[in-house]
Design a protein around this ligand. Structure first.
Ligand SMILES: Cc1ncc(COP(=O)(O)O)c(C=O)c1O
Length: 149
């Protein structure tokens, strides 16, 4: 297998993927060279036409624009809510919901989502629903709190 370099460093994917996974205590890890590269490829891998996303209304502007302006062209609808109000998430979850997306800590408003509470909702609907966290803290091991991605 060819060795691919990430971020122009000589670190091969065979090293950086498993190392990141071990540091974050996850089953697997993927490393991208930009935040939007990671976010868009993750969402496009998981969601398809007819799916719905529940997202925090205070996420990074580029991600907000992607969810609000680009995904509807693919038939994917996003509900933007106050992620600190768990009842808003509960009220919107339905059979079409594929993902709950939030950041912790959010950029730029520094909002903090209740990850275990969100994870308990998504776990109830695990067959079709993922909790995706964009973590701003390296080594924060957010997935220990219950999210899938
Ligand atoms: C929460 C969040 N998501 C996405 C991005 C976009 O990252 P990039 O500029 O590497 O594409 C940023 C960048 O600051 C960010 O803070």
């Amino acid at each position: 297998m060819d060795v691919t370099c990430i971020l122009d460093t000589p670190i091969p994917v065979q090293v950086i993927f498993p190392s990141s996974s071990r540091m974050e205590n996850t089953e697997a890890a993927y490393v991208a060279s930009s935040g939007m590269g990671a976010i868009t490829s993750c969402i496009l891998q998981i969601c398809e036409s007819g799916d719905e996303i529940i997202a925090s209304r205070t996420i990074y502007g580029g991600t907000y624009a992607f969810l609000k302006n680009f995904l509807p062209k693919l038939g994917i609808k996003t509900h933007f809510i106050d992620i600190t109000k768990i009842n808003q998430v509960k009220a919107l979850v339905n059979s079409k919901t594929k993902m709950v997306y939030c950041e912790t800590i959010s950029n730029p408003l520094l909002e903090i989502a209740d990850i275990p509470a969100l994870a308990s909702i998504t776990k109830k609907h695990l067959s079709n629903l993922l909790l995706t966290i964009h973590s701003r803290l390296w080594l924060s091991r957010q997935l220990n709190w219950g999210p899938i991605l």
